[in-house]
Design a protein. Structure first.
Length: 193
């Protein structure tokens, strides 16, 4: 399962491997209104625990924790293809919005994951899909260097029917030239941990 990799430490947050013990909390986050753009997932703690347990060891599934130890979100690096030097980012969710206000938690967590992908795993490209009606996430990802690469029609099924997915991607050169300077500025503007 997710025990084959270690935690990553940042200034404001740590990323630690997702565990079965996180099933209740992550299910609460997924059922919250702010997660409405995510795919339909587990409907019970038991289903969520089984889903976590079934994650392959090739995935990097993280919980985002404040330095105080409080878990506030999650994110993942999946479908790692070393031959083509690419991977998919996903499952990004800040579940405890009130606890992170004013802190650059989201940008630091993303930066730690990007650093793992580009500098430790030596990947060339990261990509991901975002629900087309999740305008804030699309805008944020583009600001941080991702480029829109296409659209998958009726890709996600939700309680409201089907919706498109926007395909986004970032190359290592764009990570270095766009993401790093912009994330550094956002980190500098954040309030102390």
């Amino acid at each position: 399962m997710n025990g084959s990799f270690t935690a990553i430490s940042g200034v404001y947050v740590n990323l630690r491997p997702l565990s079965v013990e996180d099933a209740d909390l992550t299910l609460q986050w997924r059922k919250a209104e702010r997660a409405r753009h995510l795919n339909l997932g587990a409907q019970s703690v038991e289903e969520q625990a089984r889903w976590i347990q079934a994650r392959p060891s090739s995935e990097y599934n993280y919980m985002i924790q404040l330095k105080s130890g409080a878990a506030v979100g999650m994110l993942s690096l999946v479908d790692i293809d070393k031959r083509n030097m690419r991977a998919e980012t996903g499952r990004f969710l800040i579940g405890e919005e009130e606890q992170v206000k004013g802190r650059p938690v989201a940008v630091e967590a993303m930066g730690l994951l990007y650093d793992l992908a580009f500098n430790t795993l030596d990947l060339h490209r990261l990509y991901g899909l975002v629900a087309a009606n999740n305008n804030l996430m699309i805008k944020w990802q583009k600001y941080l260097g991702m480029k829109e690469e296409g659209r998958l029609r009726d890709h996600y099924r939700s309680e409201d029917g089907f919706q498109d997915a926007v395909a986004l991607g970032i190359l290592k050169s764009e990570y270095e030239s766009v993401f790093l300077p912009r994330s550094k500025a956002l980190m500098a503007a954040g309030k102390p941990a």
